[in-house]
Ligand binder design. Structure first.
Ligand code: FES
Ligand code: FES
Length: 152
């Protein structure tokens, strides 16, 4: 058993310590908002926060994060910054197929928590690890700027 603190709760996970967080979330805890894309830290679909910082859950073993706070997309609606991001996503109709969007929202929320007025370059830098096959990048940028205004 491995204890993980997820969205403010200590949860027991019956999995090998080498299991990536992504699969502990999806297979053991039935939290399927975090998506599998590449499994190799290349696409960002699996992004969660570890102590507030965005990480790739597909390559981060659960043994390495005990005692740290994991936050997932499921907690964003109850988070001031996360909610502002999600509302802006809806307003700007950002998703196309939607597959990458949980990871996009997590990276955007992490950015806005540390940078209240991100420039285009800041946004490009923070979001460069999140790939969108549907090419929603322009709407993502607009939504991040809108969320920043809401939070100001
Ligand atoms: S699934 Fe983790 S970065 Fe692609
Ligand atoms: S919305 Fe389809 S991959 Fe991003």
């Amino acid at each position: 058993m491995v204890t993980l603190n997820i969205n403010g709760r200590d949860l027991q996970v019956d999995a090998d310590p080498s299991t990536p967080i992504l699969w502990a979330l999806r297979d053991n805890l039935n939290m399927t908002g975090t998506k599998f894309g590449c499994g190799a830290a290349l696409c960002g679909a699996c992004t969660v926060h570890l102590d507030g910082n965005p990480i790739r859950s597909c390559v981060t073993p659960i043994s390495s994060v005990q005692g740290q706070k994991i936050t997932t997309i499921e907690a964003m609606e109850n988070d001031k910054v996360g909610k502002a991001v999600q509302d802006a996503w809806v307003k700007h109709d950002v998703p196309q197929c939607g597959y990458c969007q949980s990871g996009q929202v997590m990276s955007a929320a992490a950015l806005l928590r540390t940078n209240k007025r991100p420039s285009d370059a800041d946004i490009d830098n923070a979001m460069s690890g999140n790939i969108c096959r549907c090419g929603t990048y322009q709407r993502i940028r607009a939504a991040i700027k809108d969320a920043a205004k809401t939070l100001a």
